[in-house]
Design a protein around this ligand. Sequence first.
Ligand code: CTP
Ligand code: MG
Length: 237
Amino acid sequence: MSVIAVVPAAGRGERLGAQVPKALVEVAGEPLLVHAVHGLLSAGCVDHVVVAAPAAEVSVVVAAVERFGSQVSVVVGGAERGDSVRLALRSGLTVLPGARVVLVHDAARAFTPVEVIRSVVDAVRSGLPAVIPVLPVADTVKQIDSTGRVVATPDRAGLRLVQTPQGFDVDVLRKAYGLDSDPDGASPMSILNTDDAGLVEQSGIPVHIVAGHSHAFKVTTPFDLAVVDAMLAQKAV
Ligand code: CTP
Ligand code: MG
């Protein structure tokens, strides 16, 4: 049962504010996206990885993933995350037309433990259509209105923080992205472009959870890079 992983890495990284797009920011001598791809391949259950690269950085990304050989290919990403996922998924399905499982994994979650990747793949392989890794919510969460006034306090026991890789039966994600009906079209307008499972939920398909991991956090701000350094220093001990 072949597994494709799609890695959206085409964002600008505005909140990080580095000189280069976030996926190319180096940690321990390697760009974040190389760490992410390495993690996926190290899990031992991913057959092919497609990276969606920033349009201006395709050759840099191709050079960065060259060491992985033909197991990794690169496409030009799109304007929104969902566009990047759609373009990479379309390409991945031509490389491995027989794939049954697809993972979507943010390059920015570069240090996701292999155990999380394996448990998502195992859960999809066991027959679940859509699987996401999640963590409990430690903080109280407020819902606010457009003026910033608090309107509700949802019970955090029923809330989860969502990570990647998110895993899907290939047909489920292909349908959610409208690839069968309009392969060259844009991403669906309804897309919550931070979350592929959200798109699948909208088509009424059940989404299941597995345990995420604190190391799978998304590198978003300069503070997160400091956390990564601390995490890697701890691992090296
Ligand atoms: N992404 C992408 N294509 C886009 C936008 C985002 O492939 N047009 C990717 C990012 O490269 C990242 C992942 O989606 O790996 C999650 O997005 P996010 O963390 O928001 O990254 P950026 O969009 O790069 O950061 P920012 O929102 O701070 O600009
Ligand atoms: Mg973004």
